[in-house]
Design a protein around this ligand. Structure first.
Ligand SMILES: [Cu+2]
Length: 146
């Protein structure tokens, strides 16, 4: 029984490790005054693996709610649409930036300080429907570093 259990745990660990997350770069969370209840985070995502990756959501222990959004301009009016599924084919890059794709963070649980790192997790779903969580740290900044 103990051996079977150990084997099961080992198999589960192997399954989790087998998922190749896309590479990330330029992560930052835009600083905001303490009374602001909605914040946004940005990054570049690059799928260097040879299989398609599907981003299906985000969460953060520092916020009550997180969603992947895209800002869309229509006739001079901006609105935001939730992106429930973003697919990256092999070699694809996605750039999250102000005015475009962003991680919308709502209901901060504490004051988010300039200069600190905030944990934000991205959720990917594989072709079998399994979800995989990528844990990332986003430094709080006033602007993207160039
Ligand atoms: Cu948004």
């Amino acid at each position: 029984m103990k051996i079977i259990l150990s084997l099961m745990i080992l198999l589960m660990a192997l399954t989790v490790d087998a998922y190749e997350f896309p590479e990330t770069d330029g992560k930052w969370l835009r600083a905001a005054p303490p009374n602001v209840k909605m914040m946004a985070a940005y990054l570049d995502i690059e799928n260097n693996d040879d299989t398609e990756k599907t981003l299906v959501g985000a969460f953060s222990p520092a916020f009550g709610m997180a969603e992947i959004h895209r800002s869309i301009e229509e006739n001079g009016v901006y609105r935001m649409e939730e992106q429930k599924q973003l697919t990256l084919k092999a070699g694809d890059k996605l750039q999250f930036k102000p005015g475009g794709l962003h991680i919308m963070l709502m209901m901060p649980k504490e004051t988010i300080q300039l200069g600190e790192d905030v944990r934000i997790c991205l959720i990917y779903q594989d072709s079998a429907g399994e979800k995989h969580v990528q844990h990332l740290d986003f430094p709080v900044k006033e602007a993207a570093a160039n």
